[in-house]
Design a protein around this ligand. Structure first.
Ligand SMILES: NC(=O)C1=CN([C@@H]2O[C@H](COP(=O)(O)OP(=O)(O)OC[C@H]3O[C@@H](n4cnc5c(N)ncnc54)[C@H](OP(=O)(O)O)[C@@H]3O)[C@@H](O)[C@H]2O)C=CC1
Ligand SMILES: CC(C)CCC[C@@H](C)[C@H]1CC=C2C3=C(CC[C@@]21C)[C@@]1(C)CC[C@H](O)C(C)(C)[C@@H]1CC3
Length: 401
């Protein structure tokens, strides 16, 4: 049994019981959504029309395609880096180095979503087991604050090691942006091409969903270095939650609107499409503005773009922004992301609840994430954070929450 890491972090996600439930519920939810999207009724809350047998789920071809995809992404990741960035300072004051590099048979993809999701889930479980075993021999200093409760199920779910690597290959950083996000927009594109094949041309709704989500993924890859300041990289261990989240949940549930539109075409007029584009643009403006402002400030508080902002000093020497985006609410980036999530669902009309699953899930995820971050920041900054909360009373939505 590896040594635990000193004082234990508070249990999250409902502790071992919650983690065990999520290990089953998350894959089950993903498969339910995949089946509902292609069913006539497309019911979010009802049971799927029929449960697929193993002959539908298991496909050696899907396994080969999935492993080839992971291999391709890993090979691209290992290309000589155009640039190397340093991550946030670790407990031992060291900084890890990350390669910054952003940079395809689609036709068969829509029919293969179920077996691909099956092998992606299988891969996530096997990979998480490898990560769990690897953490057993990791030094205590390499362990994350959470994910070291001593309960195998909870630690397997949350992840024990903060930055699991083999040589320069950082597994968490690789998974966070590449196979899942790029896979997501490839699935979207395959669904758009399939609709063109079936109906002569893609619908306006399908174009909007593809365009909005391509912007989101392209933005993530363009600002790849910004991922180094997110909670996943700086605080969370790499276990099943993020491994399954990155490799299966993102590509197969985030493409839900495009899946729904392929099987349930929706009329969308230009006036409504223009309003939806405005909503997405507003969300993106807030999302990008807030994330860039904080990341710029964290990299160089004297940068002219942020130097004039009001701040609160903390005992750690780090300062907190209290004007600009981060003076509006405590997580303006979450607000922008949620507005975009609404814009992604609206092109699917209001006849079904299914396309709004992402908005509902994402709201729950960010509210929970915000609470986790609050606890971590209160622990990090103490009175300074309380002062920040007093001056910026709303968490995500001005005057609402
Ligand atoms: N599409 C998806 O599924 C998901 C998207 N996201 C998006 O990822 C992005 C990153 O979110 P997340 O990883 O949660 O973390 P954030 O980018 O929100 O960063 C939180 C950290 O920022 C720092 N911080 C907080 N307030 C201030 C302040 N006033 N001044 C300066 N620094 C501050 C603190 O870290 P410190 O002080 O230590 O630097 C805090 O821990 C968001 O835009 C979110 O919408 C997140 C989850 C899922
Ligand atoms: C219930 C789920 C299985 C729990 C897993 C959640 C994960 C899918 C998300 C946790 C944080 C994420 C981020 C992004 C994608 C989803 C996950 C992995 C992100 C890469 C999306 C693009 C953004 O620009 C970002 C800021 C880079 C995001 C970082 C966090």
């Amino acid at each position: 049994m590896a040594p635990t890491q000193g004082p234990r972090a508070p249990l999250e996600f409902g502790g071992p019981l919650g983690a065990a439930a999520l290990l089953l519920l998350l894959p089950a939810t993903m498969f339910h959504l995949l089946l509902a999207a292609r069913s006539g009724p497309a019911r979010l809350l009802g049971p799927p029309a029929s449960l697929p047998g193993l002959e539908v789920l298991w496909s050696p071809r899907a396994l080969l395609l999935w492993l080839a995809w992971l291999g391709l992404q890993a090979a691209l990741y290992l290309l000589p880096a155009r640039k190397v960035a340093e991550g946030q300072e670790l407990k031992d004051k060291s900084r890890l180095r990350y390669p910054i590099n952003a940079g395809l048979p689609l036709g068969a993809l829509p029919e293969m979503l179920l077996p691909l999701a099956f092998v992606a889930t299988l891969t996530a479980f096997i990979f998480s087991l490898f990560l769990y075993m690897k953490a057993q021999v990791a030094p205590v200093s390499a362990l994350a604050p959470g994910g070291n409760s001593g309960n195998p199920i909870y630690d397997f779910f949350l992840g024990r090691e903060l930055n699991p690597r083999i040589c320069f290959f950082d597994f968490k950083y690789f998974c966070e942006l590449r196979p899942g996000l790029i896979g997501w927009v490839l699935i979207n594109l395959a669904l758009l091409m399939k609709e063109a094949e079936l109906r002569g041309s893609p619908s306006l709704a399908m174009w909007l969903v593809n365009g909005f989500q391509l912007l989101y993924v392209g933005d993530a890859l363009w600002h790849e270095e910004a991922v180094l300041t997110t909670m996943d990289i700086t605080h969370d261990g790499f276990g099943f939650m993020l491994a399954f989240g990155d490799m299966a949940w993102v590509p197969f549930t985030y493409s839900l609107q495009a899946q729904f539109l392929l099987h349930h075409p929706q009329p969308l007029g230009l006036p409504m499409a223009s309003v939806i584009c405005l909503i997405n643009a507003t969300g993106y403006y807030i999302f990008r503005g807030a994330n860039s402002q904080k990341n710029t400030f964290r990299k160089n508080p004297s940068d002219p773009r942020v130097a004039g902002l009001e701040t609160i000093s903390t005992a750690t020497g780090r300062k907190l922004l209290v004007s600009g985006w981060w003076g509006m609410v405590r997580h303006p980036n979450y607000l922008g992301d949620l507005i975009m999530a609404l814009a992604w669902s609206l092109p699917c009309g209001v006849s079904h609840l299914l396309p709004y699953f992402y908005l509902l899930y994402f709201t729950a995820l960010l509210v929970h994430r915000e609470a986790r971050d609050e606890r971590q920041c209160l622990q990090k900054y103490g009175l300074a954070w309380q002062e920040y909360c007093r001056r910026v009373p709303y968490r995500i939505m001005p005057y609402i929450y």
